[in-house]
Design a protein around this ligand. Structure first.
Ligand code: SF4
Length: 326
């Protein structure tokens, strides 16, 4: 970790000029020798990551990736959504890394600490460059995680990848309540638009599943709205629901609890009871959510697993840790 306000040594020489500014958001170049990074730690359900950007304009209040901006010298967690770094793609090196991933049979995850279809993608097309490169390396196992309906821009390319690679799109949607989401995920597309994207993907043979991550205690954990969410996802064509309860790590904790105090102050004592001073929710609450999700998913015909089960099924076999360079 860097000193507060100072980029970590590995980043200093990589930070390039500001290349665009829109409203309160600044876009800056980030030179990256490798767009793809291999994980070297346990606990993640994939083996390689591609994050085309650093920072994310979508601005979810619960985003666990906010602390990653500290490596770039950003102290205020809000800068995660206001200072977006655009990576440069060296496609030759990316082809080499994709071939190594293919040979290993391991999964490549696109969008683990940033949304690959956030607004910046409309201008800089780094994700599209990654997908075009993937098309040249058939046989790779790849998952794309997004909240953005803009993924449909790449329908043709994704349909091709679904035929040549083992591709899954993970559509992240935690509720069908658009007013609630407007507060919690201020610049994410409406729920109906995200599900329309799932439907469009399904119509082109692109498999997708629903990410209900995170489940937010007191906000998105009620039975009937959850039933509606899972039912709508199943009708749109998602095959599976994967969930995880909110965890509050590093600067995300203070940022989210401050948001809660402003918008839902009556829930603050409940969160203090469930989380104490730690990052993880009380196991009894988590078990309740697991039971509800399994039951509701089965009722609407979705297969269902929680995040830990996904790590067991899809994750690495050996202990590793996330490299600093992503
Ligand atoms: S879309 Fe994902 S990466 Fe972007 S702010 Fe939301 S949770 Fe974070």
């Amino acid at each position: 970790m860097s000193r507060p306000g100072v980029p970590a040594p590995g980043f200093v020489k990589r930070i390039g000029p500001i290349i665009d500014e829109r409203r309160a958001v600044q876009f800056q170049q980030l030179r990256s020798l490798d767009l793809m990074n291999r994980l070297t730690g346990a606990g993640m359900p994939f083996d390689w990551t591609v994050n085309p950007y650093r920072g994310c304009e979508v601005g979810c209040t619960y985003c666990y990736a906010r602390p990653t901006h500290e490596y770039l010298g950003h102290v205020d967690p809000v800068e995660f959504e206001e200072r977006i770094y655009v990576k440069q793609a060296d496609t030759d090196r990316l082809v080499g890394a994709l071939r190594r991933a293919r040979a290993s049979g391991q999964q490549v995850a696109i969008g683990t600490a940033t949304d690959p279809y956030q607004p910046a993608e409309g201008r800089f097309e780094v994700t599209r460059t990654v997908l075009r490169t993937l098309a040249a390396v058939p046989g790779v196992s790849v998952g794309i995680t997004t909240k953005c309906a803009a993924i449909t821009r790449d329908l043709d390319l994704l349909a091709e990848l679904a035929r040549t690679c083992r591709l899954t799109v993970n559509m992240s949607l935690i509720s069908m309540d658009r007013d609630l989401l407007r507060l919690i995920e201020p610049r994410a597309p409406r729920p109906d638009l995200r599900l329309a994207a799932v439907e469009a993907l399904a119509s082109r043979g692109v498999p997708s599943r629903l990410f209900v991550m995170p489940v937010l205690p007191g906000l998105t954990d009620r039975e009937e709205p959850t039933r509606q969410l899972l039912g709508a996802a199943a009708r749109a064509g998602a095959s599976q629901a994967i969930w995880n309860v909110l965890f509050l790590r590093g600067s995300t904790r203070g940022f989210f609890l401050a948001f809660l105090g402003r918008e839902f102050p009556w829930l603050v004592p409940r969160y203090r009871e469930l989380y104490g001073s730690g990052a993880w929710v009380a196991p009894s609450y988590r078990a309740e959510v697991d039971r509800m999700m399994e039951r509701l998913a089965a009722a609407v015909g979705l297969s269902a697993i929680d995040r830990d089960e996904r790590v067991k099924r899809e994750g690495p076999a050996a202990p590793r840790q996330l490299t600093l360079s992503w």
